[in-house]
Design a protein around this ligand. Structure first.
Ligand code: ADP
Length: 521
């Protein structure tokens, strides 16, 4: 096998930076790629080499598999790491990379294909003896067939796109009258999102948790389950917070779910890092949903409780190394991750845009920031709204929640509305603190969480912004170019005195404060 010395990273944002860091620690040369929208992005500067891909739109840049391979070959890369999203789960791309004589940092193309459609993955899991959600393994022909099956499994049922991802092409059906309409709209959405309108049917499980198992397999026959991640805090089937371990998983259940995940992975001929997603019901029964054949967004929580660097292991396994252990490590302590997105909770989580004017990052014991932004970054609408992940690790769950609360208080992102304050409110929620949640919990809790009184830090910032506005609108009271205390990035606590010490109307701070404190509320 070709030696691994140089890796092209076919991605952007925080995961591209994450892979650059792993490469650097392993002594590998990293090659970044970027679209025109990302020319000044942190991952471009962090890598040893950076090459322009094309215009901002993903279809003309990060999704150009042919172009990525050409660049890899031209710049002497030995391997391509796809990150997550974009081309990471495209069988044809994994195959094309291999055919170009390059190493694919991921599972074999055949394993991606085996797990690529949800229906194929269900068939494989059933053969491997892994329990799946009751339902079909072939696409629905028409509404009449769907109705007959729904009657057999019992309502409610879920229509799901076979090619699905990101919660798209999914419809809950609560009674016979809804079947035809739901099937049509699920098919349309699936066709638009994936170019494939195949939709199948599953029993809709009420009130389960989403618990997934991290799998790591080398090419020499070792395939391990590295414990679970609890991902039940979801909005519109999208994860917002992840934890490791899960309050609902005992060592005995961990072992059984791990064995089921390893059986499914082995059946697919899996090598490298992957994740088997399960629903866990209130009675401790679990059902395989799908296998994600790539590194997951939420991999850091597993890294923190196992002490393993999963991205480094992806690279080492791709280079042919053997895993040096045959038993998975016991989880140590508790890790929580909040996905910080450019979505504005105050306006129904609409994507927000802007320029990052100030950024104060939390540090200190047990705090990790996997981010793709810096001061000056422009947040647009071309790509996924996830800006960063804030991850904490502590000896117990309660200590991890307290740490996340502190870290979120320390975090300041000015210039673009984010989900950070919403996460802060979630950390204070008694049901969340008790771990008493399921995948439907957050949707029901949203109105109360959004109505909750803002925390002290937010109140302070709104007060400062109001004072700034007042000062700005009273000519003569504004001191030129004075800035609030830099400190940890927190504005002065006293709104009135902040107003007196302020800033010319055109300054960055003024604009940021106005947008942050007043524009969004
Ligand atoms: P996607 O690949 O689009 O993310 P998944 O199959 O992973 O789709 O499901 C996404 C989420 O939808 C799950 O985490 C869970 O919250 C919910 N979900 C999926 N299947 C079911 C089901 N049968 N019953 C209840 N909820 C489900």
């Amino acid at each position: 096998m070709r030696p691994l010395r140089s890796v092209l990273i076919a991605n952007r944002g925080e995961i591209a930076l994450r892979v650059v860091r792993a490469c650097r620690e392993l002594g590998l040369r990293s090659i970044a790629v970027y679209s025109d929208a990302d020319a000044g992005a942190p991952h471009v500067r962090a890598a040893d080499v950076a090459v322009r891909l094309g215009p901002a739109s993903a279809s003309e840049s990060y999704l150009r598999g042919d172009h990525l391979i050409e660049i890899a070959v031209a710049h002497g890369a030995d391997a391509i790491h796809p990150g997550y999203g974009f081309l990471s789960e495209r069988e044809w791309f994994a195959r094309a990379v291999r055919e170009a004589g390059l190493i694919w940092v991921g599972p074999p193309a055949e394993a991606i294909a085996a797990m690529g459609s949800k229906t194929a993955a269900r068939t494989l899991a059933i053969q491997a003896g892994t329990p799946v959600v009751p339902g079909t393994t072939t696409p629905l022909r028409d509404a009449a067939e769907a109705e007959a099956l729904a009657a057999e499994f019992g309502y409610p049922v879920l229509l799901k796109a076979a090619a699905g991802g990101g919660g798209k092409g999914m419809r809950i059906v609560r009674g016979p009258g809804e079947v035809a309409g739901a099937l049509e709209s699920a098919r349309r959405e699936a066709q638009n999102a994936f170019g494939d309108d195949a939709v199948y049917l599953e029993k809709y499980i009420e009130g389960p948790r989403h618990v997934e198992i991290q799998v790591l397999a080398d090419a020499h026959g070792t395939c391990l389950a590295l414990g679970e991640r609890e991902c039940s805090i979801q909005r519109r089937h999208q994860k917002m917070i992840e934890e490791a371990p899960s309050v609902a998983v005992t060592p005995e259940l961990r072992a059984r779910m791990g064995a089921a995940a390893v059986a499914a992975a082995r059946a697919a001929g899996y090598v490298n890092a992957g994740t088997c997603e399960f629903l866990l019901d209130r009675h401790g029964a679990f059902y395989f949903l799908e296998m994600n054949t790539r590194i997951q967004v939420e991999h850091p929580v597993t890294e923190l409780v196992t002490g393993l660097d999963l991205v480094q292991w992806q690279l080492r396994i791709a280079a042919g190394e053997r895993l040096p252990f045959t038993e998975p490590p016991e989880p140590r302590g508790w890790a929580i991750e909040c996905r910080i997105t450019s979505e504005d909770p105050a306006s129904g989580f609409l994507p927000s845009t802007g320029r990052v004017m100030r950024l104060a990052l939390p540090t200190g014991p047990g705090v990790r920031w996997d981010g793709g932004i810096e001061v000056g970054s422009t947040v647009g609408l071309y790509y996924d709204p996830m800006l960063a992940k804030l991850i904490v690790h502590a000896p117990t769950r309660a200590a991890a929640i307290a740490r996340m609360r502190r870290a979120l208080d320390d975090l300041v992102i000015d210039g673009v509305a984010t989900s950070a304050d919403f996460h802060r409110r979630l950390m204070d929620d008694p049901a969340y603190q008790a771990g008493d949640v399921d995948i439907q919990w957050l949707e029901g809790r949203l109105p109360a969480l959004l109505a909750a009184t803002p925390d002290a830090a937010t109140t302070r910032r709104i007060a400062v912004a109001a004072a700034l506005l007042a000062a700005h609108e009273r000519p003569g009271t504004v001191a030129s170019h004075a800035r609030p205390a830099a400190g940890a990035g927190t504005p002065p606590t006293d709104g009135a005195s902040a107003g007196a010490a302020v800033v010319d109307g055109g300054s960055a701070w003024w604009q940021a404060a106005r947008r942050d404190g007043l524009g969004g509320s």
